[in-house]
Ligand binder design. Structure first.
Ligand SMILES: O=C[C@H](O)[C@H](O)[C@H](O)COP(=O)(O)O
Length: 236
């Protein structure tokens, strides 16, 4: 293994594959967003193409997931067509010891929360760098907001003790636009003591669509690590 980047890629691949291996034929599968889940979607597709996995229906959590599912041959459906989701696989930006999460590094947390919360089993796939003692330690909390409500929402967040900043595009002038056509405000909180309460408080601000706190939603966390130079996966 030559660089730290290679190690992270290996961990993501391993953990994505481990999650894909848990999908059973006949399942309706929530397809998450991000660089780690991308490997899970790829491996689900490979299992379908090899004939090992049959009768799979995927529900994408973003435009990115939809594109990847099509690329790797995972059939898609919508929430209008199904009455349940068997399993959802998704990444996270932070995971605390209670399996609560911060998500939304890719601005997809609003649709992710809909799909992941509906799943009978929600499997989170991360590399070990995502584990924290307390949410908010390393990552800003994403909040999706209607563009016309940006300023009052930022003021209200500041009153709650957060430091809000509008997420700007990379290789795109101006703010990031979500799949729903909204903005994302990233908020620095000095450690989040009560994620359940903060999740509700933020979502109660008029103009907020959804924030990236996922509380009591996760069933299983699969963690990719490097042990003795080799990628391994452990379960939390
Ligand atoms: O909006 C994006 C999602 O919540 C991702 O699942 C999260 O940011 C983790 O992405 P990655 O696996 O690329 O670190």
């Amino acid at each position: 293994m030559s660089t730290a980047t290679d190690a992270v890629t290996l961990m993501k691949q391993q953990v994505g594959k481990a999650a894909a291996d848990r999908v059973k034929s006949g399942s309706i599968v929530g397809l998450g967003t991000g660089s780690t889940t991308a490997y899970a979607i790829q491996y689900i597709g490979e299992r379908i193409q090899s004939g090992e996995l049959t009768d799979i229906k995927g529900i994408p959590t973003s435009f990115q997931a939809e594109v990847l599912a099509k690329k790797y041959g995972v059939p898609l459906t919508t929430l209008d067509e199904v009455d349940h989701i068997d399993v959802a696989i998704d990444g996270a930006d932070e995971v605390d010891p209670n399996k609560n999460l911060i998500k939304g590094g890719g601005a997809a947390h609003t649709r992710e929360k809909v799909v992941d919360s509906l799943a009978d089993q929600f499997i989170v796939v991360v590399d070990s760098s995502k584990l924290v003692d307390k949410l908010g330690s390393t990552f800003l909390l994403p909040v999706e907001v209607l563009p016309m409500a940006m300023t009052p929402v930022m003021r209200a967040i500041a009153k709650l003790g957060g430091k809000p900043e509008l997420r700007m595009g990379i290789k795109k002038a101006g703010p990031v636009i979500t799949d729903q056509g909204n903005f994302v405000i990233d908020v620095k909180f000095d450690k989040i003591d009560n994620p359940a309460e903060l999740e509700k408080t933020l979502n109660n601000l008029p103009g907020v669509l959804e924030n990236g706190l996922f509380v009591n939603v996760t069933d299983v966390v699969l963690i990719g690590e490097i042990k003795d130079g080799q990628p391994v996966v452990r379960e939390m």
